[in-house]
Design a protein around this ligand. Sequence first.
Ligand code: SF4
Length: 366
Amino acid sequence: MALAGSAVKSSKSTSRKASKAKTALDRFGEIKMPDLTYTDKIAKATAPLYEKVRHHIPEIEWPIHAPYVYWINKLKKKRNATILAHNYQTPEIYHCVADIVGDSLQLAREAGLVKEEIIIQCGVHFMAETSKLLNPEKTVLIPDMRAGCSLAESITAADIRLLREAHSGVPIVTYVNTSAEVKAESDICCTSSNAVRVVESFESDTVFLIPDEYLAQNVAKLTKKKILTWAGHCEVHERFTAEELLAYKKADPAIQIIAHPECPPSVVAVSDYAGSTAGMIEYAKTRKPGAKVLLVTECSMASNIEMEAKGVEFIKPCNLCPHMKRITLPKILESLVYMKEEVLVDPAMAKKAKRAVERMVNLKPN
Ligand code: SF4
């Protein structure tokens, strides 16, 4: 198993190699950090955005967020930048400054279509790398280079090469929550929304689905393929237990439990539905008003989808992702002002990794 932080380390090494080249700041130039005073002008301009988040941000706190929201929206136009935000970002990022929101697959698809010169990735490092792979001409920035992922850090390219040696001929499917160097060694990538389809796209009876052990075990229940896996876990979803969910169900049998497939199989077994974050949103949106839905995933997602699933009461047994939460409004503003932190991927590795991601993105729906 890799040491924690390997994804971020790999990026630093590619950043070092590129240190002789012009930095993003050299290329785009610095702009002055704006005055972050909460003025009447900012209050008026941001009032419609506050309406989207008033259930999550007390009025007394809005003057702290509003100047950042105002200036991020101004400067992203000036920089010709677009902001991609994962469903696990906080409501003020998701609703007030993001241009595109979604799960890993949706963001990967959209990243390849971005026309603006700069992509600001509000998510974790492997997502920024994926954007760079799919749209290499663009400058990709992540507001905090330390935003890693326990799954991505659980496996290295050397691990994959050893697996290939030991299991010659067995296709290797890697979850998108992996570094570019791991993707480069894989046959194809998958996300939680398409993992079954990807696994079944191979003729082989046995397929590796790595590095998420729980996702692999959950997928194995939905396919006849023999699934081999790896002992990586999402540190957010592995914390949920079947016991705690059954306690909610006992208190109110009408509660519908929806879980992410990165949860242990015992958790998925007591859930009414399991699917990707996009699948969970769709499930919640189609519930009748008055339904009670317990979301077994990262905390911010329920807050973000409450607006889309009006009338549904969400119960949130909350677990935060510390990596996603490294991304904040002040850091996004700094990214735009100082053009940091740029995510670079070695071109030879990028070519191989891109092939694995594109195979997934281009896989025909069933
Ligand atoms: S929620 Fe889990 S899988 Fe997603 S970034 Fe955080 S640690 Fe990684």
